[in-house]
Design a protein around this ligand. Structure first.
Ligand SMILES: [Zn+2]
Length: 297
């Protein structure tokens, strides 16, 4: 074989290897667009966890049938919104370094974030807000439900004995409230929008004041479901819940009722909903027969 042919073959081989590598690499971002809003879903964590962490609130909820291999998907997609000219996020992960690294992937500096819509105060939501006693997000307004803020202040600790994880979250939240001062907006449960047709909706139970967010766009309503669900399987089996670990439901019965209410609402009007816990990109809708469909990419 002459040398020229060999070098041509090598080039073809290298191209083939590159194409195969790119094709097999999971997609890292997904951009969803409607008028006035662009939502980037970023793939952050994809794991499996043991069903030993789960429990069932009613006899119909059969964990073994729903997760026959003894594991359930444990994912974390991160949503970055550009809405009416502002940048919005819903959580700040567990630490400043993690959130900074992730935002860099979408070319967003923490200083550019305008609003943080907290759903609740678990550590994986608020851990990246402060660094060495200073705010990481120097221009952001932080939204939290009045009910959740009161829990952070220790008000409902006689309801259910708080776990060590809960106590740690509460302590961390109190520090954050001090550091951010007037930029923490405590939202009353009034049904009023907090800005530009964005409505907080109580979905209590995962934590005492857990809140989801509804955006009423021009001809579509979209909802960010926070930690109301730990996996899409709960849409058909809301009686199964996360009972152990630092993301367990605080009040399983209350969380179950909230899940049922939210499912009924989401199914009622062909709403598009976003969950960090569902199959990437974490976007779903119900079809006319109320079957759940992940977003068709
Ligand atoms: Zn949580």
């Amino acid at each position: 074989m002459d040398l020229n042919l060999i070098s041509k073959l090598i080039v073809v081989l290298v191209i083939l290897i590159c194409v195969t590598f790119v094709a097999s690499k999971p997609q890292e971002f997904y951009k969803f667009r409607l008028p006035n809003i662009e939502i980037t879903s970023l793939r952050y964590l994809e794991e499996k966890q043991s069903t030993d962490l789960l429990s069932a609130i009613d006899a119909k909820a059969d964990i073994k049938r729903v997760f026959p291999d003894g594991t359930f998907p444990y994912t974390y997609h991160f949503f970055v919104l550009r809405y009416n000219g502002s940048i919005i996020i819903f959580s700040t992960l567990s630490s400043p370094s993690e959130i900074k690294k992730l935002l860099k992937k979408v070319n967003v500096e923490p200083i550019a974030v305008d609003r943080i819509l907290l759903t609740h105060i678990h550590k994986d939501q608020i851990g990246g807000l402060c660094e060495n006693g200073k705010p990481v997000f120097e221009n952001a307004t932080i939204y939290i439900s009045e009910q959740e803020a009161r829990w952070a202040d220790g008000e409902f600790n006689n309801m259910i004995a708080p776990t060590d994880d809960n106590l740690e979250s509460q302590k961390q939240a109190q520090e954050i409230f001090k550091i951010y001062g007037a930029r923490i907006k405590r939202m009353p449960n009034s049904g009023e929008p907090i800005f530009d047709n964005v409505y907080p909706m109580p979905s209590y139970g995962h934590t005492p004041g857990h809140t989801v967010y509804r955006f009423e766009l021009e001809d579509k309503t979209i909802v960010f479901t926070g930690d109301t669900f730990f996996a899409s399987e709960q849409l058909q089996n809301p009686g199964i819940y996360l009972a152990k670990g630092d993301n367990a439901d605080f009040d399983p019965k209350m969380a179950y009722n909230s899940r049922q209410d939210l499912i009924d609402y989401l199914a009622s009007d062909n709403i598009i909903f976003f969950s960090r816990r569902f199959t990437f990109p974490g976007i779903g809708t119900f079809d006319q027969r109320h079957n759940f469909k992940t977003w068709n990419r």
